[in-house]
Design a binder for this molecule. Structure first.
Ligand SMILES: [Zn+2]
Length: 170
């Protein structure tokens, strides 16, 4: 699913007190901005992508940009994974939600992989929002989640071996 950065991404009308904006819904068909991003941003983003996952579904997507890189073929995993505190986690499933005033940015969990492996550079406003957002496991963030009648998924507290086969984007 491709969505332009900062375009409106509203699928839950009961949450209409916020403006929901899409970030990082990339597609091979559309070039994306690249460049460096602050390490503090990447570290905070990683915490959300591993410990504050919303909208979890069955199966996993693989990274379309890795799939197209034939030179990397042997080290490209079937399920795209990210690394947090010495463990690896699947990244092709779910979203992160980053509140900033009356805006909530919605990004795929794959965004951390895009930023760190493919040098995707999200808009400055999103980078700042992530830097100012509390970590997902803190009460302040969980209060935001509860206010939406939602809950987050923390991969680090998952006891099961999640080795689902990848699903295609089609
Ligand atoms: Zn990739």
């Amino acid at each position: 699913m491709y969505l332009a950065d900062m375009s409106e991404y509203q699928t839950r009308t009961r949450h209409d007190r916020f403006t929901w904006l899409a970030i990082g819904w990339l597609d091979e068909a559309y070039p994306f901005p690249t460049g460096s991003t602050p390490v503090e941003f990447q570290e905070r983003l990683l915490e959300h992508c591993v410990r504050g996952v919303h909208a979890l579904m069955t199966g996993y997507h693989t990274c379309q940009f890795c799939e197209s890189e034939t030179i990397n073929e042997e080290r490209t995993p079937k399920i795209t994974r990210i690394y947090y505190k010495g463990k690896s986690y699947p990244t092709g499933n779910g979203e992160i939600w980053i509140p900033d005033g009356n805006i909530v940015y919605r990004a795929p969990v794959m965004i951390y992989h895009y930023v760190t492996i493919h040098y995707y550079q999200p808009p400055e406003a999103f980078i700042n929002a992530v830097l100012h957002c509390p970590p997902p496991y803190e009460d302040e963030y969980q209060a935001f989640v509860r206010s939406l009648n939602d809950k987050t998924y923390d991969f680090t507290s998952d006891q099961t071996d999640r080795t689902d086969t990848p699903v295609s984007c089609e």
